[in-house]
Design a protein around this ligand. Structure first.
Ligand code: ADP
Length: 264
């Protein structure tokens, strides 16, 4: 779990379409937002960018299957011989009128989504049973959740009663030109290197579903660009940053390396 410090600088974000305007409309109208898309396609970066743009504190929670409602809301801690209440990230975001971003929300245990419901509809309240408080979210507060609707979440999905409380944005891997701009912006690599890496990603993404569970993400391309910029051989960098991160199967890896070898 990560409690972000209030935004220091606006992070670099290359927009795809009207997602910035959608976010602002939703925020102004106090509507929660769901962002769905494959891993590493810019969801978290987008939320960080919007928090900085709107001047709001951001609390990010990476959800996992042990995450409990208390992890979000808070708990009593024992210290110096007495018990003190400690707000969780969701409660802090509500108190401060900031953004609470739950990354990979479908990973969280079902009971955690229950605490989100009264916050995600027009009541905008957070009852804290253990302290007896009933917090009303101030206008600045926004609940943002994301999930990857890909293969491994097919069974989990999101309950209709939860998802129908959100305005929903679909993210996908960036178009080639935009992904090249992201690579250059993030790593300062040459346009030529950006073009080649994005070409590899395009070829590998075409293989998805056949051999791979997950497609090559922009994040992996960034890793490869950084290693190459640092002096690593391009083919070796693509192996460790892209290919081996995508598959454990040696044969599939060699197939992917052919795509790399055709480029460098
Ligand atoms: P997700 O939350 O969808 O898994 P992230 O937002 O963490 O993915 O994106 C992974 C990395 O890719 C980011 O750290 C950033 O370096 C880069 N990235 C992806 N999309 C963008 C974008 N549109 N603008 C700037 N950087 C991006």
């Amino acid at each position: 779990m990560k409690l972000d410090t209030p935004n220091l600088a606006t992070p670099f974000y290359q927009a795809a379409g009207d997602e910035i305007a959608v976010f602002e409309h939703a925020w102004r109208n106090r509507l929660p937002l769901l962002i769905k898309g494959p891993t590493g396609c810019g969801k978290t970066r987008f939320v960080a960018y919007m928090a900085a743009r709107l001047g709001l504190p951001l609390y990010t929670v990476a959800c996992h299957d042990d995450l409990t409602a208390a992890d979000l809301v808070g708990r009593h801690l024992i210290g110096e011989g007495r018990t003190v209440w400690c707000d969780g990230p969701l409660t802090r975001a509500v108190r401060e009128g900031g953004i609470c971003y739950l990354d990979e929300v479908v990973e969280a245990r079902k009971d955690t989504t229950v605490v989100l419901h009264p916050l995600a509809d027009d009541r905008r309240i957070l009852p804290i049973d253990r302290t007896g408080e009933l917090l009303e979210a101030p206008p600045g507060f926004m609940l943002v959740v994301s999930y990857n609707p890909g293969y491994q979440n097919l069974l989990k999905g999101m309950k209709p009663s939860t998802r129908q409380r959100f305005v929903s944005l679909r993210f996908d891997f960036p178009a080639a030109e935009r992904e090249e701009a992201i690579l250059r912006g993030e790593t300062g690599c040459t346009p030529d290197l950006a073009r080649r890496l994005v070409g590899i990603a395009g070829a590998l993404r075409a293989l998805k579903d056949r051999d791979l569970e997950e497609a090559a993400s922009t994040r992996l391309l960034i890793y490869a660009a950084l290693l190459i910029k640092d002096g690593m051989d391009a083919v070796a960098a693509c192996r460790v940053a892209i290919v081996e991160s995508l598959t454990d199967d040696p044969e599939v890896a060699e197939g992917l390396m052919e795509v790399v070898a055709a480029t460098f």
